[in-house]
Design a protein around this ligand. Structure first.
Ligand code: MN
Length: 439
């Protein structure tokens, strides 16, 4: 659990970074209609959650450093008898003060009156640029209203600043409490993968394996999968974000499952690829071993002080070496790397930051320099090799093999800790799962 004390600490840190004469406005995620009068399951905006701990919709959080009446202001829905009957009472002012530490609370019907007033005499407005154009228009409208007071000797804001780089830096380094939750969701997700691998057999439908992943997540207290579960058998594994999951899994095919749970707002992201019948063919084994070797080499290179692009380069180099060794690429390593000859087989990055978002916030490059790894960063390491049918000058025996292996890692003071070791990735260990099942 992230404690209220930690949320308060985050707000304090943000207020300090903003500086004087400033105001920040964050809005909750909009509720999305699915069909008829049914909404999609609600998921709070990640930044809003990060600073408030509030998971409910129709909220606005305002931060004003040094304001006498309070630095943390919340706008929330008015009490509505009908809502309280149908879906339960929404957050009330009492709880907003007591449980969530607000200094001042307004109901949403006062937004048009209070927001322009709060903007008065602030110079800089911080908000998430380019995230929600409806909200951006609202902010501009409030600024416009505040400008009507200029002739009364008041001042209105004249500078807009994107919150994303500031929040990104904060969210990038995980606190001990965050690391604890991320270890929990990593284990929970790994266990779901393990149970689902054991369940696989030729003839089963992709969605049946996906259902088992869901079952395991929800049964263990996760809110939902952090993203649509990917269960891709055979040639579908060459589609990076395959989510149809409607095919029958055939004998002699590989199955790629890419999934992670979301637990207390934090997510995992694991990929495993395994043979449907428990035995890798020699071609499948060769590709798998190449990806596994690459993944292990990259993980071994992770430590504080190394820069992000070094890991990408190491991934590309190792994959290229393997593709040469397998006869899939021909030519000198240096030339092939320069031409990015690996690209038809490995077209994504080696990994991404992980946290409240699957692609967590935080910049990969600052000014002109790639990110230097620091303790407390959590990210994925997920090389892959995908060989689509009819890839020019590639022997038919390799066609439709798609392999990705993805783990979640934490940068520690000494090096790296893999958070998703509960689910096997060595060929022998995977095959043993199936062997054990039959005996
Ligand atoms: Mn990923």
């Amino acid at each position: 659990m992230i404690t209220q004390k930690e949320f308060a600490k985050r707000r304090k840190s943000l207020l300090k970074k903003m500086g004087k004469d400033s105001i920040a406005i964050l809005n909750s995620a909009p509720q999305m209609r699915r069909n008829c009068n049914i909404d999609y399951p609600y998921r709070q905006d990640s930044d809003f959650y990060y600073f408030t701990g509030i998971s409910e919709p129709e909220m606005l959080a305002v931060f004003i450093p040094g304001r006498k009446e309070g630095e943390y202001i919340l706008f929330l829905p008015e009490f509505n008898f009908e809502t309280s009957v149908w879906t339960g009472a929404t957050l009330d002012p009492k709880r907003a003060y007591r449980e969530f530490g607000a200094d001042q609370v307004f109901t949403n019907n006062l937004r048009e009156q209070e927001l322009p007033a709060l903007l008065l005499n602030r110079k800089k407005v911080f908000f998430n640029l380019g995230k929600n154009s409806h909200f951006e228009n609202q902010v501009l409208k409030w600024v416009k209203i505040s400008k009507t007071k200029i002739r009364e000797g008041k001042n209105a804001p004249d500078t807009f600043i994107d919150l994303e780089p500031i929040i990104g830096e904060m969210r990038l380094i995980k606190s001990p409490a965050e690391i604890k939750i991320m270890k929990k969701v990593a284990n929970l997700s790994a266990a779901a993968h393990l149970e689902t691998m054991k369940l696989c057999r030729p003839g089963i439908m992709e969605y049946q394996l996906a259902a088992n992943i869901w079952h395991h997540y929800l049964k263990n207290g996760a809110s939902f999968p952090a993203f649509e579960v990917i269960v891709a058998s055979g040639k579908n594994a060459c589609i990076l974000h395959y989510i149809k999951n409607d095919q029958k899994i055939k004998n002699n095919e590989l199955v790629l499952i890419d999934s992670g749970a979301e637990y207390q707002f934090y997510s995992a992201d694991i990929t495993r690829t395994f043979p449907a019948n428990g035995r890798f063919s020699s071609e499948q084994k060769a590709i798998y071993q190449a990806v596994l070797d690459t993944q292990k080499k990259v993980i071994a290179a992770i430590r504080p002080g190394i820069s992000w692009d070094k890991l990408q380069a190491l991934t590309e180099k190792t994959i290229t070496k393997h593709l040469i060794k397998l006869g899939i690429l021909k030519g000198s390593l240096a030339k092939l790397l320069q031409e990015k000859a690996f690209f038809p087989f490995f077209m994504h990055k080696f990994g991404h930051f992980l946290g409240i978002d699957n692609k967590d916030s935080g910049r990969y490059k600052i000014d002109d320099r790639w990110r230097i790894l620091k303790p407390g960063m959590i990210f994925t390491v997920e090389p892959g090799i995908y060989i689509r049918a009819n890839t020019p000058s590639v022997d038919k025996k390799w066609w439709n093999i798609g392999v990705r292996i993805e783990d979640n890692v934490l940068v520690t003071r000494k090096g790296v800790e893999v958070l998703t070791t509960l689910v096997p990735k060595e060929i022998k260990a995977i095959e043993a799962l199936f062997f054990d099942r039959k005996t």
